[in-house]
Write a protein that binds this ligand. Structure first.
Ligand SMILES: *[C@@H]1O[C@H](CO)[C@@H](O)[C@H](O)[C@H]1NC(C)=O
Ligand SMILES: *[C@@H]1O[C@H](CO)[C@@H](O)[C@H](O)[C@H]1NC(C)=O
Length: 421
C-alpha cells in the first residue's frame, strides 16, 4: 500500500485509538488578565497599573501573550507566560477553577501577586521579582517548583535582567520557601532552563532535589534543596538528533536543534531511587538514568558515565516530544507530541518499542504545538497547546482560538488503547 509516511500514521491512530479523547476545557483567542480592563485592548501598549513607572516598559500587548505551561493544584490551574516578546504583564498566573466552566476563556490572575510578576521600567534586578517562567511542577509536600530564567527573550534582543533562580513556593500559604540563584559556573544565561522536575524521597520534604534539563548547553543540572547546591551532568544523550530536527507543523516548515527538554520520574524503588526518563526535543529517542546517579555530585565530575545513562529506544518517526510526564496510577508515560499535534503514550510495564507507543489524541487544527503536559494528584492529565510555530514563523489569527487547555483522566485516556495493560 502506498501512502506518505505521515498519513499512514494518521490512519493507524484513527483506527486503533479508542480511549476517551481529551476534553477541550478552556481556550483563548488572546489571553487577558484580571487586573487589566477591557478597554486596554484598544490601545496597543497599555501600561500595567500600579507598578510600572514609565509607560511602555510594562505594557500589555495582547498578541504577544503566548501561554506555555499548565499545572493543576486543588482548584487552581497555573498558567505560565514566558516573556518571549514585549508586552507580557505577568509571567506566573493561575485560574480559579471554581469560577471556570468548559468553553470559557478565563482571565489570568497573577501568582502569588502582581508585584512579584511586574517588570520594572528600569529593568532593575530584584530578588522578589519574576522575569520569565516557562513551566511549573508540584511535589507531594504541597510545593510549587519553577525556574525563573531571569531573561527577556525578545526576538533579536535577549536581555538577562537578573540571574536565573529556582523557586519553591508553599501552596498552602502562597509563601516563598526558597529562592536559589543559579551560579554563573552552572549557566551563563537562563534561557535554556524551561522546566524543573522535583524529586522527593517519601516523607522527607527537606531532602528534595530538582532536575533541570538545559536544552541550550545541553546539560542536566541537579539542585539539592538540603545542601542548597547545584551540579551539572553532561552526556552525549542530551544532544538533538540531526535526523529528527525538521518539522512541518500547521503549515510551517522549520528546523530546530533543541537538546534535552523534559525529565519525568518513575516510581520509587526499594532503595528510594527512581528512573529519570528524559529526551531531547529534536529527537525521537528516549533515555533513562537512575536518580541514584544524579543525586551524587561526585558522579557529575566523572569523565565517563559508564552504562549509567541508558538508551531505551526510539518512539518512531515524527514522534518528537516536547514534554512528557509519568502517571504513577496507570504507570504510563504521556508525551506531548509536537510533530503530530497530539498526545501519545507508552506503558512503562511494556517493552520500549515503537509498536508499544500510541497516539491517543490528535487534532491538526486544534492541538497545534502541545507545549506542556502534567498530571495532578487525582490522576487527571492537563495539557496546553499554544500554536507556537505559527506565532514564531507566521501570524496567529486573533479571530480564532489559538491557545487551549485540555484535560482527561489518565485511566480513561488509555482505556482500550495499546497503553492499557
Ligand atoms: C533591547 O531590550 C532592552 C531591554 O528590554 C531595551 O532597553 C532596548 O531598547 C532594546 N533594544 C532594541 C534594539 O530593541
Ligand atoms: C558517589 O559516587 C562516587 C563515584 O562517582 C562513589 O565513589 C561514591 O561512593 C558515591 N557516594 C554515594 C553516597 O553513593
Amino acid at each position: 500500500m502506498f501512502c506518505p509516511a505521515k498519513f499512514c500514521i494518521l490512519l493507524f491512530a484513527v483506527k486503533f485509538a479508542s480511549g476517551l479523547e481529551f476534553e477541550e476545557f478552556i481556550r483563548w483567542k488572546q489571553v487577558a488578565y484580571e487586573s487589566i480592563p477591557d478597554a486596554s485592548y484598544l490601545t496597543p501598549d497599555f501600561v500595567f497599573p500600579e507598578y510600572a513607572a514609565v509607560p511602555g516598559d510594562d505594557s500589555y500587548i495582547p498578541y504577544n501573550n503566548v501561554p506555555q505551561g499548565v499545572n493543576h493544584y486543588k482548584g487552581r490551574l497555573f498558567i505560565t507566560m514566558p516573556r518571549r516578546s514585549p508586552g507580557v504583564p505577568s509571567t506566573l498566573n493561575y485560574i480559579d477553577l471554581k469560577q471556570t466552566k468548559a468553553g470559557d476563556s478565563p482571565r489570568l490572575k497573577s501568582y502569588p501577586n502582581a508585584e512579584i510578576n511586574s517588570l520594572r521600567s528600569t529593568l532593575k534586578p530584584g530578588q522578589k521579582r519574576l522575569i520569565s517562567v516557562y513551566r511549573t511542577r508540584l511535589d507531594p509536600c504541597h510545593r510549587l517548583w519553577f525556574v525563573d530564567t531571569g531573561m527577556l527573550e525578545y526576538p533579536n534582543n535577549r536581555t538577562q535582567v537578573q540571574r536565573p533562580s529556582i523557586w519553591i513556593m508553599n501552596l498552602l500559604t502562597d509563601e516563598v520557601i526558597s529562592r536559589y540563584e543559579v551560579p554563573e559556573s552552572i549557566v551563563v544565561e537562563g534561557r535554556g532552563l524551561v522546566s524543573i522536575t522535583p524529586d522527593i524521597t517519601k516523607g522527607k520534604c527537606d531532602e528534595a532535589y530538582g532536575y533541570i534539563p538545559d536544552l541550550v548547553q545541553p546539560a542536566l543540572h541537579v539542585y539539592s534543596l538540603k545542601d542548597n547546591r547545584m551540579w551539572t551532568f553532561r552526556h552525549n544523550y542530551f544532544y538533538f538528533d540531526p535526523q529528527s530536527g525538521d518539522y512541518n507543523i500547521a503549515g510551517q516548515q522549520f528546523q530546530w536543534r533543541d537538546g534535552i527538554f523534559s525529565i519525568t520520574l518513575g516510581d520509587e524503588n526499594k532503595e528510594g531511587f527512581r528512573d529519570a526518563y528524559f529526551h531531547p526535543l529534536s529527537s525521537t529517542s528516549e533515555f533513562a538514568v537512575s536518580t541514584k546517579v544524579l543525586r551524587n555530585e561526585t558522579n557529575a565530575r566523572r569523565p565517563h558515565q559508564g552504562e549509567d545513562f541508558k538508551l531505551l529506544g526510539a518512539r518512531g518517526k515524527d514522534m518528537e516530544s516536547s514534554v512528557h510526564v509519568y502517571d504513577p496510577h496507570t504507570k504510563v508515560l504521556f508525551y506531548a507530541q509536537i510533530a503530530l499535534s497530539g498526545i501519545g503514550c507508552w506503558n512503562t510495564q511494556k517493552r520500549f518499542a515503537s509498536q508499544n507507543h500510541h497516539l491517543i489524541h490528535q487534532n491538526l487544527q486544534t492541538m497545534i504545538y502541545p507545549s506542556d503536559i502534567t498530571v495532578d494528584m487525582d490522576g487527571t492529565l492537563w495539557a496546553m497547546t499554544n500554536s507556537m510555530p505559527v506565532f514564531i514563523y507566521s501570524k496567529l489569527d486573533t479571530n480564532q482560538y489559538n491557545f487551549r487547555v485540555w484535560r482527561q483522566e489518565a485511566g480513561k485516556a488509555i482505556q482500550g488503547t495499546g497503553c492499557a495493560l
